[in-house]
Design a protein around this ligand. Structure first.
Ligand SMILES: [Ca+2]
Length: 191
């Protein structure tokens, strides 16, 4: 009888241990992943267009819904006598970081659907360029830079420092019009 009780206790401990393991904090997310343990997904409906003319528009996002903004998206177009410029940027806030194609640099990488977002990507801080363009009068000088102008189904990677935890997330935006970006959906691991 005692042996059976002991086996039951051990079995219960084993089950409770494994149950706990199922909710262990995820240390990665895949670009476009919308479900899974500890993953918080937000579908932006309708898509949110961030844009500006003669100004820029800012939108902050709190990906993990803890009351602390994690990233700022900025788009707009500036004109003045003889020139114009504009574009779209993403600015990780605080100690947070954004996935880059390389460092040092200020560009935002275009992650593909299913790509693993974890410590192995290249991460950087500060104002980061999705797309930038400029021109002067009569278009004698003009140019553009950034990886996002014609990107479809690409994802921004973000790393969030939350207390003693590191969270990974993705944000899907599209740039089909210069000086504008369309926010569609995002997801993040939670602490
Ligand atoms: Ca947050």
């Amino acid at each position: 009888m005692k042996t059976i009780l002991l086996i039951e206790i051990v079995a219960m401990l084993f089950l409770s241990c494994c149950k706990k393991d199922e909710t262990v904090h995820a240390d990665s997310i895949m670009a476009g992943q919308v479900s899974g343990n500890g993953i918080l997904y937000t579908n932006v409906v309708p898509d949110d267009t961030i844009s500006g003319f003669s100004d820029t528009e800012d939108k902050t996002l709190d990906l993990n819904q803890d009351g602390i903004d994690d990233i700022l998206l900025r788009s707009g177009h500036i004109t003045a006598a003889g020139f114009g410029n504009g574009g779209s940027w993403a600015i990780p806030l605080g100690e947070n970081e954004i996935a880059r194609p390389f460092e040092p640099g200020s560009m935002v990488d275009t992650l593909s659907y299913g790509e693993t977002i974890d410590k192995n990507l290249v991460w950087g801080k500060g104002t980061s360029e999705l797309y930038y363009y400029y021109y002067d009068q009569f278009w004698t000088n003009y140019g553009e830079s950034g990886l996002w102008r014609y990107g479809k189904l690409n994802y921004i990677g973000i790393r969030i420092y939350k207390d003693d935890k590191i969270l990974y997330g993705w944000i899907r935006v599209e740039i089909s019009v210069v000086g504008s970006q369309k926010l569609m959906e995002y997801a993040v691991t939670t602490g």
